[in-house]
Design a protein around this ligand. Sequence first.
Ligand code: NAP
Length: 255
Amino acid sequence: MQINFSKKNVLITGGSRGIGKACAKLYASLNANVIFTYKSNKHAAQITLEELDKKGRHKSYQLDITKPREIERVFEDIILDYGRVDILINNAGIFVEHKITDVDYIQWQKCWNETIMTNLTGVSNLCYLVSRHMIQNEGGKIINVSSRGAFRGEPNHPAYGASKAGLNALSQSLAQFLAPFNITVGVVAPGFVETDMASEILKSEAGNQIKKQSPLNRVATADEVARAIVLFSMKGLEYMTGGIIDINGASYLRT
Ligand code: NAP
């Protein structure tokens, strides 16, 4: 089995750092044209762009996924430049602590609004635009990055857990709706991953306990998650649509 994304245009949100960056590098090494977005860290985006294998044509775009008009404008620019998007990876996300005993009512609402707008509503808006584009193109693949927290609960980050549970439900609804249009939708659900998002908590006292949640006594690497994402986007695995792949080192087992 050969994995080759030559002439495929892959759009990755939040591709400047962490899991998105690992995806950008992996797809570039597999000959894809990589289009990735970032929110504000232009420097990180520039470094990522420079690190990509130069077999395809790559470009980064600044995009705040919480802004519906900005999504529309950036997606139009991408289509003008690249003509089409074959694979969409909805990876951008935030993980904001808001313990019910620590935040006031206003902060509580702010955390919920920001988290749901970024991790769920923003994804649904981009899925809307890209799905309609893929329907016209008679096919495509969408992969959404969820989390173990959707299943296990997130006591200190409840909006995050809810956003990812919602993302799973959104993905499965889209998988059913879009299948007749030759569009597949897959979900990957990592536990903790070695990225900026998790670095503070992994460096804290809780870090060792978190690693021990897995019998492998570690957290995932961003590369491991990227490989599962690539799997979902491969030709020949279309029947996996609607599925959710756990990447949590057996730290939380669902049946
Ligand atoms: P990360 O290292 O914090 O990187 C986040 C990326 O998303 C950056 O490229 C960032 O852009 C971008 N971003 C943040 N807010 C955005 C917004 N409003 N609009 C557009 N882009 C935005 O995150 P990560 O750890 O790689 O996480 C990636 C995904 O995996 C997330 O959906 C996360 O929930 C999920 N996940 C992560 C873990 C973990 O332990 N790390 C575990 C389970 C699931 P800038 O560079 O400009 O800030």
